[in-house]
Design a protein around this ligand. Structure first.
Ligand code: 5GP
Length: 189
């Protein structure tokens, strides 16, 4: 998506070869018009697939996922991060390994909000190693719901997330795909 690539070029900050900061328009301050355009593009790509719900991981996925759910007129599920293990038979739970934060956390979803009749699109801000998306898929599949795919704003294609998901049969659609980057440059695929 040209609009997003232009914005990343002008306002994105590559901290190093691995981490891209987009705090001025996605992660800290949000550009609502750009966010709406990105959500419309995700909704258009995945339309007519029988999607019944959008799911995202709190908290940076909520803005794009909410606007995508609005465009598709389906509910949004927020997969919650829990700091410690809470045993609760009303919840599906799984552990995520976060490479960026070098910690493990528990991801939870209430059994009330998802069932085998659901076909779920996962939306997130970034795809990097694919750990968060893989955990989201594992969690949603516990209910026997099916996965329609993963829509992300920014894919860092030099990291293994896409391969990991595609090898599980998951379609990945990214609005901007970064081939490589460094302190003074960002190049797209
Ligand atoms: P994963 O490695 O599991 O694909 O990425 C998990 C999460 O880490 C993403 O949803 C995103 O919130 C965050 N993340 C990964 N790489 C970056 C990055 O380069 N910049 C920012 N702002 N967040 C990132």
């Amino acid at each position: 998506m040209k609009l997003l690539e232009e914005k990343i070029k002008t306002d994105g900050v590559a901290l190093n070869e691995h981490i891209l900061k987009v705090d001025s328009f996605i992660n800290h301050q949000i550009d609502p018009l750009l966010m709406q355009e990105m959500a419309k593009e995700l909704a258009a790509h995945f339309k007519d697939r029988g999607i019944t719900k959008i799911a995202t991981i709190e908290s940076s996925g909520i803005a794009p996922a909410l606007l995508t759910s609005l465009a598709m007129e389906v509910p949004l599920l927020i997969l919650k991060k829990q700091p410690s293990k809470i045993l609760n038979q009303d919840l599906y739970q799984t552990v995520v390994t976060s490479f960026t934060k070098e910690t493990n956390y528990e991801l939870t979803l209430s059994k009330k909000y998802v069932s085998e009749n659901d076909h779920v699109l996962i939306v997130d801000d970034f795809l990097a190693n694919g750990e968060a998306a893989t955990a989201a898929i594992r969690l949603i599949r516990m209910s026997h719901a099916t996965i329609a795919g993963l829509g992300v704003l920014i894919e860092k294609s030099f990291q293994p997330g896409r391969e990991k998901l595609e090898s599980q049969g998951i379609e990945v659609y990214a609005l901007a795909r970064i081939g490589n980057m460094g302190e003074n440059f960002i190049s797209f695929i």
